[in-house]
Design a protein around this ligand. Structure first.
Ligand SMILES: Cc1cc2nc3c(=O)[nH]c(=O)nc-3n(C[C@H](O)[C@H](O)[C@H](O)COP(=O)(O)O)c2cc1C
Length: 204
């Protein structure tokens, strides 16, 4: 177990695209998913869902569905990061009701969240999915950082055919595939990729 501070972990993380073939312990995968589970989410709806893929033929199909990004298939584990659209909507509405009943939510907020959630439910699936996927971005980055504790590495993969991945697993349109996270022991040690200076990211 490494002893990185949060600051050090954030600085040390890299997108890794070369992996050693060594298998990843199931208990480590469970720890990664537990880190995702603890992430914050809108109305605490926790819409993230994960498929753990280890078998080589399915990893090969994920490669094909992700523009032939071969490194995905070289990782011993691929986490398919999804959101449950209906689960988010019902979870959010339930939270609003519970908080309102307990007097824990100002009436204006309850009305606003309920209205926005109902609009989300009535609108196009892909728009709802993209908004809800905001939540799994946070959960997935928990995974990427927690992976460092076990000497593991990841790479976000968003360049994929969403429908193709969904159909590969026989999921309904209610499940939106937001990203893949290949996980494995790194076989490369790239230097930090460039970042904008603070002065460029602060709006006047
Ligand atoms: C939302 C998102 C989507 C990404 N999609 C891909 C991808 O499809 N393929 C890939 O090789 N890298 C992908 N990346 C990795 C980025 O290229 C990488 O984070 C960026 O170049 C910075 O490098 P670093 O992560 O090593 O700091 C993605 C990253 C994010 C956050």
């Amino acid at each position: 177990m490494s002893q990185l501070t949060t600051k050090e972990a954030i600085a040390a993380r890299r997108s890794i695209r070369r992996f050693r073939p060594d298998p990843v312990l199931d208990e480590h995968i469970a720890e990664l998913l537990d880190a995702a589970r603890l992430a914050p989410s809108g109305s605490n709806a926790q819409p993230w869902r994960f498929k753990i893929v280890k078998d080589a033929p399915t990893r090969a199909k994920l490669v094909a569905a992700a523009n032939n990004q071969k490194f995905i298939g070289a990782a011993p584990v691929v986490l398919v990061c999804c959101v449950d659209i209906q689960g988010y909507i019902t979870g959010t509405l339930a939270t609003v009701e519970a908080l309102s009943a307990a007097g824990g939510l100002p009436a204006d907020m309850a009305v606003s969240i309920r209205r926005r959630t109902e609009e989300l439910a009535a609108g196009p699936r892909d728009l709802a999915a993209a908004r809800i996927a905001f939540n799994i971005g946070i959960a997935g980055e928990h995974i990427a950082l927690r992976a460092l504790d076990f000497g593991l590495a990841t790479c976000w993969v968003r360049a994929l055919d969403e429908q193709r991945v969904r159909e590969l697993f026989g999921w309904s349109e209610n499940i939106y595939v937001a990203a893949l996270l290949p996980v494995g022991y790194p076989a490369e040690s790239p230097p930090p990729r460039p970042r904008r200076p603070l002065s460029e990211i602060i709006l006047p």
